[in-house]
Design a protein around this ligand. Structure first.
Ligand SMILES: [Zn+2]
Length: 281
């Protein structure tokens, strides 16, 4: 069995309205590297967000980073160019997870068939998050550069993809086997640790006893809360640790860093709001 390594690339931040203030959410993609049958494989999980000026124009949301520049720089820091990426697994096609696919014309893009339909005709409340640019870069690919999945799929030895409709209709979560155990790149199925560990004071400033044995679910959803809970249980039953998409505390290198729950609240939603000049950057 291939033992994969995972490197987190932090490609920017979004400044989102939260409880009357502004929450800084980091935006990540993950580089998954390993050798299969003597061949080096470089996979990317998610392809990130657009440039901030585009996001600000469309969603009235600020931030830093994003676009081709941040992604190319992140890969370069790991000694890679976009051409070295052979596969891009997209968890879901929202603007902060599935943009920039034009950077990877030779890679195989792997996404749920249901998510492509969601991109073209989303539930009405998610229309702002699915962008035409994402659709054009996806459907403009050659058939050999796009694989649409119908449910769970063993993609490579040690990389299993779970279909978990919840946040979006075609949400999927790759489970990656490393030297220390299995890692679920859960994306926005629970985008901060507090969703996964809602009773644990290390994960959340407001532990909720009533959620013992279950999870916190998000507001942006295409499915029922019961479906979302079921999806999180299914992922938890299939993995050793989870890595949420928008938490500041996630490990940057796995398996070198290995933890199920961070040991400090530093970096949860209480993360400092941006300085005024950064906010207008
Ligand atoms: Zn997201």
């Amino acid at each position: 069995m291939t033992q994969w390594t995972i490197t987190t690339l932090r490609i920017g931040e979004l400044y989102l309205p939260h409880g009357g203030g502004i929450m800084r959410d980091p935006v990540h993609v993950w580089l998954v590297r390993g050798e299969v049958d003597g061949r080096q494989r470089n996979l990317l999980v998610d392809s990130g967000m657009s440039d901030i000026p585009v996001i600000r124009q469309r969603l009235k949301v600020g931030g830093v980073g994003g676009g081709h520049t941040a992604l190319i720089a992140g890969l370069a820091a790991e000694g890679l160019t976009p051409d070295d990426i052979d596969t891009v697994i997209i968890t879901h096609l929202h603007f902060d997870h599935g943009e920039n696919l034009d950077l990877f014309p030779k890679a195989l893009v792997v996404v749920q068939r249901q998510e492509l339909f969601a991109l073209i005709d989303p539930v009405p409340t998610q229309r702002p998050y699915y962008w035409k640019s994402t659709a054009l870069h996806l459907v403009g690919r050659k058939p050999s550069e796009l694989r649409l999945l119908d449910g769970d799929h063993d993609y490579l030895p040690g990389i299993r993809i779970l279909s978990v409709p919840s946040h979006t209709e075609g949400m999927q979560v790759p489970i990656v086997t490393t030297a220390k155990g299995r890692v679920a790149l859960v994306s926005d199925l629970g985008d901060h640790y507090r969703y996964w560990f809602p009773t644990d004071p290390r994960a959340t400033p407001n532990p909720q006893r009533s959620l013992t044995g279950s999870f916190l679910t998000g507001n942006i959803r295409s499915e029922s809360e019961r479906d979302w809970q079921r999806a999180m249980h299914r992922v938890m039953d299939s993995t050793d640790i989870v890595i949420p998409a928008h938490d500041w505390r996630i490990p940057m290198r796995v398996p070198e860093q290995w933890f199920a729950i961070p040991d400090s609240m530093d970096g949860d939603i209480s993360h400092q709001p941006p300085e005024p000049e950064a906010a207008s950057a």
